[in-house]
Design a protein around this ligand. Structure first.
Ligand code: UDP
Length: 248
């Protein structure tokens, strides 16, 4: 690990300063939490798997014109990122109904959502990350109308790119959560991570609703073989990234 000053420790990652104020170092932990940290545990190899998966996905997105905070991955659990001011919103994109959407609306698990649903949640652990309305978001000045419009466009484009990428891995991208940051030039960059911790991913080779799950739902709902699922996502993402590299 690094000897740099720790700036922040979250549930799954630690953020360190570096010698360059424009650069931060993120350390991905094996710690896992669910249900607003009421369930805690550890998933062996998760930190390195998520760090590699997120690094590859950020690079794929950059290739397709999405600005991200990713710089490089100096070691298995570490990612160097551009320092940004995080927008306090969790942007969730849903292609298929699952999780809280089913619970709150009664929609059946697996219902296809077309066009994809984009939702904004307030990134606030104490309040339990509540779902926001546009009016509440503006009332609380969490982002400007221009920023929200841009987040919406970026989220849809990222969804298109990732849906196709995971399709090539034999995986359905059910839903996922994004976070964004603003750099010194007021440019919005995709930040945080994209990994089985933050996405629902279903193995297309399986129809059984338990066996198909390749993401943190295995941990949330004690489905077993959590480590294996993360490693399988990693293997497929690496294989698919290699293929994209060969074509270019
Ligand atoms: N998600 C996340 N962090 C959160 C909440 C949700 O990464 O704090 C992801 C979650 O993994 C899923 C998507 O966002 O891929 C939608 O989650 P949902 O609102 O259904 O909440 P959940 O059922 O996970 O509580």
């Amino acid at each position: 690990m690094t000897s740099h000053p720790k700036l922040y420790e979250g549930k799954a990652k630690i953020l360190y300063a570096t010698d360059d104020p424009a650069v931060l170092l993120t350390y991905f932990k094996d710690d896992a939490t669910a249900f607003n940290a009421q369930k805690r545990g550890s998933i062996q190899g998760k930190g390195a798997a998520n760090c590699a998966i997120a690094s590859h996905l950020f690079q794929q997105l950059e290739l397709k014109g999405i600005p991200t905070h990713f710089i490089d991955q100096p070691s298995p659990n570490e990612m160097r990122v551009k320092a940004v001011k995080i927008v306090p919103l969790e942007v969730v994109i849903r292609n298929i109904a699952a999780g809280s959407l089913c619970k709150q609306t009664g929609l059946a698990l697996g219902t296809v959502i077309q066009p994809p649903l984009i939702e904004f949640y307030y990134k606030n652990d104490e309040l339990g990350d509540p779902l926001l309305t546009r009016d509440r978001l503006f009332l609380m000045k969490l982002a400007t109308p221009e920023q929200v419009a841009q987040l919406q466009i970026m989220a849809l484009k990222i969804n298109e790119i990732l849906t196709e990428f995971f399709q090539n891995c034999g995986i359905t991208l059910v839903d996922f959560k994004l976070e964004f940051g603003v750099d010194q030039n007021q440019q919005i960059l995709l930040a945080d991570e994209i990994s089985p911790d933050t996405c629902r991913l279903w193995n297309q080779a399986e129809t059984d609703p338990t066996r198909r799950v390749m993401d943190k739902d295995r941990f949330r709902h004690d489905l077993g073989e959590v480590e294996t699922a993360y490693q399988q996502v990693l293997e497929r993402v690496l294989a698919s990234s290699d293929k994209v590299g060969e074509i270019q």
